[in-house]
Design a protein around this ligand. Structure first.
Ligand code: SF4
Length: 698
């Protein structure tokens, strides 16, 4: 970085990476980003992590897609076989007219044969247009995105029991808490700026209870570290709630005033004594009792959770337990109290709010509800909304194999890296007779495309995004898109027109205005207001209200205004270790790399810090297997095998392997289990049975 003479102008916008939604000040010279500083947004107050501060130069990477591309007739068979430095072996350059016509020709009029994956890295307006395009253009609801792979089960449990899929309090509310549980989340790696607030909380004496099968960066700040057995969340949480009931520590007044079904919950918990559960979850009964007393005895407590909770076949049950735990202690709807699933991508909250999910229209309004459908049909001017829920991410891949789905439009998603049992997903993509991919790089998924539409990076577009805190923020263009790349809202609009839809959007502000007509959550949040104020939290009660950081203090958006206790039983993971596959494989992210790596592996500083794929095992396990750190090893499950470098990590328990999923050369998802949670339809990324062996040194 340099001093103020080093740049021509500065632009304030939002970080393109995680759901914390930090505001950035971009310093620009000659239409290039020179460096980035933290700006004073409400979620970050000038703080940034390494990704926000140093992860911006991917926008100038030589592999950026700059012109539309059409697959050559003489191209080799579809596969993961395109050299990103020379696309001409598989694709020919085309004009926008030609490429859009080709894209539309393979989609138009094919109804239920077409499905769409949108992106949580695009703006709210782009997400809204994408779901509308699939619904209006093809007459069904087969539209989904990466929320299915991260917090779909959390949203299912929240909708069921609280009546809303978003957080009840911002993470910054931890400032007013005296106890906080962080479970199945690794904020120092995945939500680093939020983690700074958690550390401050612990430093000022707040009780930080960390629950995670892996050790992690918050461990040294924790008053309690519960390193429980992978997959044993429900038994541990039920045991904690058992103590709260047994010792009468629950908030009777709150339960009577704001909840239902507590008596059934009490009866359900009777058998979950800490003494019975300690063998199941691996946490001593005394510790479970202490945690119960600390959490229930606090004046105000919060619960934060991540994908360690959600990515299980019992992910919805895990979240149901967390919701029940907060409700029985009355830890919702007050300063310092609340439920907070830490959302992953920078706009996964907004993309879900905007309806890019197969069962809900914008604002989580069910497609099955006739009143909801007629309201949307009126706004969209046609008999458009199909009453049948659409297929989810993994179901769509299965439907391709079953010859039901035959064409796809994929915007900014990378299922050829992100789906479980990824070879199954890659085979599905290869089988499609028409695949349109809209992205900024030739992603692994774009390798399979028939038409590629070059899109704009977040720093090149105008649009709003919504972070994990429900804060709607204005994203501003910082630099121009390269070559002939275009903004995603423009591309989707042009494609929709060629598919016969009468669309005439000329600017994202027009899309936002239409969203406001169908989304009560956007009441009092106008485009002009966001341009002026940068950020407004929803719900906002008036044009002068900055928005409600805490919700549901006076009841819940459910019938009768009450939240619900839904008991959860212990369900074993879909695939438990055995003599053949004795280890538990778990996958996730790293501080330096973001999701499938398409951006961060092309960001020079970040890739310089973590250039190679590593699989982490406990040093004792490595010794037992005769593998030294830095050696190559083979990790294998019933789906496939990869070769990956070994890393020693004491945070990983002795029966576990951790592999990040950002590296195509050692793709973790070759190994993962596609078994789904029945409610959220989320795959069990956090638990597969695997075996590990040394690879012979060359
Ligand atoms: Fe960006 Fe998240 Fe880091 Fe903030 S914490 S700078 S939003 S990656």
């Amino acid at each position: 970085r340099g001093d103020s003479k080093d740049y021509d102008r500065e632009v304030q916008s939002v970080c393109p990476y995680c759901g914390v939604g930090c505001q950035l000040s971009f310093k620009i010279k000659d239409d290039k980003i020179k460096y980035v500083e933290g700006a004073g947004g409400p979620a970050n107050e000038n703080r940034l992590c390494v990704k926000g501060r140093f992860g911006f130069d991917y926008v100038d990477h030589p592999h950026r897609l700059k012109v539309p591309l059409i697959r050559r007739e003489d191209a080799p068979a579809k596969g993961l076989n395109v050299d990103p430095g020379d696309l001409s072996t598989h694709f020919r350059e085309a004009t926008w007219e030609e490429a859009l016509d080709a894209a539309a020709r393979g989609l138009k009029g094919r109804g239920g044969e077409i499905a769409g994956f949108g992106s949580a890295k695009c703006s709210n307006e782009e997400a809204y247009l994408f779901q509308k395009f699939i619904r209006e253009g093809f007459g069904h609801n087969n539209v989904d995105h990466c929320t299915r792979l991260c917090h779909a089960s959390s949203v299912a449990a929240l909708m069921e029991n609280v009546g809303s899929g978003a957080v009840t309090a911002t993470f910054n509310e931890i400032e007013n808490a005296d106890v906080a549980i962080v479970i199945g989340a690794n904020p120092t790696e995945n939500h680093p700026v939020a983690a700074t607030y958690f550390k401050q909380f612990a430093k000022r004496g707040g009780k930080l209870i960390v629950m995670d099968p892996r050790g992690q960066g918050l461990k040294r700040h924790a008053s309690h570290m519960l390193q429980f057995r992978p997959g044993a969340d429900v038994s541990m949480l039920n045991a904690i709630m058992h103590v709260i009931v047994e010792e009468g520590l629950y908030d009777q007044q709150y339960i009577e005033g704001y909840t239902e079904n507590f008596e059934a919950m009490k009866a359900h918990l009777a058998d979950f004594t800490p003494e019975a559960m300690e063998k199941v979850c691996g946490i001593e009964a005394d510790v479970l009792r202490d945690v119960a007393r600390v959490f229930a005895g606090a004046k105000a407590g919060m619960i934060f959770w991540g994908m360690g909770v959600s990515q299980h076949i019992h992910g919805t049950d895990n979240s149901r337990c967390l919701i029940s735990l907060a409700l029985m202690c009355g830890h919702v709807g007050r300063p310092g109290a609340g439920l907070h699933p830490l959302r992953g991508q920078n706009n996964v909250q907004g993309a879900s709010d905007a309806g890019m999910i197969p069962m809900f229209l914008p604002d989580y309004q069910p497609v099955e509800d006739e009143g909801v459908r007629s309201a949307f049909n009126e706004i969209w001017e046609g008999d458009i909304v199909n009453p049948v829920k659409g297929l989810t991410v993994v179901e769509i891949m299965d439907a391709i194999h079953d010859d039901v789905i035959k064409g796809m439009y994929i915007l900014g998603e990378n299922p050829a890296m992100s789906d479980p049992d990824v070879e199954h997903a890659r085979d599905a993509l290869a089988k499609l007779d028409h695949l349109v991919v809209q992205d900024i790089f030739l992603t692994e998924t774009a390798n399979y495309a028939d038409v590629i539409l070059p899109a704009s990076a977040f720093a090149e577009k105008t649009g709003t995004v919504t972070n994990t805190n429900r804060q709607v923020q204005m994203g501003r263009p910082v630099v121009s898109p390269p070559g002939d790349a275009r903004e995603d809202w423009w591309i989707t609009t042009e494609l929709a027109k060629r598919c016969g839809l009468e669309w005439s959007y000329a600017h994202p502000r027009e899309v936002f205005a239409e969203m406001q007509r169908s989304m009560a959550s956007m009441d009092n949040i106008s485009w002009e207001r966001l341009e002026r104020e940068d950020v407004v939290t929803y719900p906002s009660l008036s044009e002068s209200d900055p928005g409600q950081a805490i919700v549901f203090g006076d009841g819940f958006p459910r019938a009768g205004g009450r939240a619900r206790f839904t008991p959860a039983n212990v369900i074993a993971p879909a695939e438990v270790p055995d003599t053949e596959f004795p280890f538990v494989l778990t996958t996730g992210r790293q501080l330096e790399h973001w999701h499938t790596g398409s951006m961060t592996r092309r960001a020079s500083v970040l890739d310089g810090l973590e250039p190679e794929a590593n699989g982490s095992l406990h040093p004792k396990t490595l010794r037992r297997l005769g593998i030294a750190p830095g050696d190559m090893m083979r990790v294998e499950t019933r789906r496939g095998a990869i070769s990956i470098m070994a890393r020693a990590d004491r945070a990983v328990s002795e029966d576990m392997v951790f592999i990040p999923f950002a590296y195509v050369e050692a793709a973790a998802n070759v190994l993962t289990n596609p078994a789904l949670d029945p409610y959220g339809k989320i795959p069990e990324f956090k638990f597969s049975a695997c075996r590990v062996s040394a690879l012979q040194k060359v």
